[in-house]
Design a protein around this ligand. Structure first.
Ligand SMILES: NC(=O)c1ccc[n+]([C@@H]2O[C@H](COP(=O)([O-])OP(=O)(O)OC[C@H]3O[C@@H](n4cnc5c(N)ncnc54)[C@H](O)[C@@H]3O)[C@@H](O)[C@H]2O)c1
Length: 312
């Protein structure tokens, strides 16, 4: 699809961060936009911000963990705009767990899987039949290099990072590969894409714990405090890393370019971090140890254990 003018985009997790940036960019391309999110007030603010720019936008409160809620999002989008051309399965929750993975709270696993994996499955089930009926469209699933390529198993200080988040993003990549093939088998012009937002992004994902739903309440007492983005930045800087946020507009740019170029892998320009992909392929082919695993700063050196909860 090259002409986006007048088309309709639905973006889950649209109340902020990458989702809102995609919605804004779609709107600037002349698209009509449905922002969907579980957080009512941020969703209202995000939708108003787009409308104030002259973008035709509507906000629909949606919980992607609940299939009925995603089905009514689809109905609402059709009622409002008469079509859905682009679906971004983007809602996500970050890593809140601490310690080694066998110590992670089962509630953390359930929350992460329900939002990051079932949320994408619900989006595919509710929307793909609509796109197929129309004969054209794009499904963009937000993945992450953390899991999509390999888990960041160690945090900045060398301790264990969450195992929940990367596992869910590995599933998102796999789901999108299956979706690509299944769509191709039908001969449709509906396309599947996987988005890898790159760089260090200033979004709510670092502090997902602030909006933890009651039904996924922690069942274990925390031993360490939950991290803020400011904590993460301070740790990066203490470890000698230069912290510079990548503008969210560049992620939205990747998406619009990727739709126009019909690109499955929606990624930025090659970076040294891509080395994980080739090292992983080499390790598999050599039947070797997983020596491609790195910490959140891209380093592979051994460090003393200390509990951490990086996500991304
Ligand atoms: N920020 C990064 O560095 C980064 C990197 C790679 C991938 N991602 C992915 O990008 C996506 C967007 O995250 P972000 O970084 O903009 O963070 P964010 O926290 O700003 O946005 C995520 C949005 O999803 C919403 N959400 C959470 N649970 C939901 C539910 N049950 N139903 C509907 N909406 C729900 C949140 O309310 C929030 O508005 C996520 O899938 C995330 O995993 C982020």
């Amino acid at each position: 699809m090259t002409d986006l003018q007048g088309k309709v985009a639905v973006v889950t997790g649209g109340a902020g961060g990458i989702g809102q940036a995609m919605g804004r960019r779609f709107g600037r391309e002349g698209m009509r936009v449905v922002l969907a999110d579980v957080l009512a007030e941020p969703l209202d603010r995000a939708t108003r911000a787009l409308s104030d720019e002259g973008i035709e936008a509507v906000g629909v409160i949606t919980d992607v963990t609940d299939y009925a809620s995603v089905e009514s999002l689809a109905k609402e989008a059709l009622t409002r705009f008469g079509a859905v051309d682009v679906l971004c399965n983007n809602a996500g929750t970050g890593g809140v767990s601490e310690g080694y993975m066998w110590e992670h709270d089962l509630a953390d696993w359930r929350w992460g899987i329900d939002v990051n994996v079932m949320g994408v499955i619900h989006g595919i089930k509710a929307f793909v039949p609509i796109l197929l009926e129309q004969g054209e469209g794009n499904v963009i699933n937000t993945c992450s290099g953390n899991g999509g390529f390999a888990p960041i198993a160690r945090g900045a200080m060398g301790g264990p990072a969450t195992a929940v988040y990367p596992m869910t993003k590995a599933a998102v990549l796999c789901l999108t590969e299956s979706l690509y093939t299944h769509l191709e088998m039908t001969g449709t012009r509906v396309r599947a894409h996987v988005l890898f937002p790159g760089g260090f992004l200033n979004t709510g994902i670092w502090e997902s714990w602030r909006h933890r739903p009651e039904r996924y309440a922690a069942s274990q007492e925390r031993r360490t405090p939950a991290h803020t983005l400011a904590d993460v930045v301070a740790r990066f800087e203490a470890a000698g890393a230069r912290v510079e946020f990548t503008p969210l507009e560049s992620v939205a740019e990747q998406v619009v370019d990727g739709i126009r170029a019909d690109r499955f892998w929606m990624m930025g320009p090659p970076t040294p971090a891509d080395g994980v992909v080739s090292r992983k392929a080499a390790s598999i082919l050599a039947r070797g140890a997983p020596d491609y695993l790195v910490d959140v700063l891209g380093r592979s050196a051994e460090r003393e254990p200390e509990s951490e909860g990086e996500s991304r």
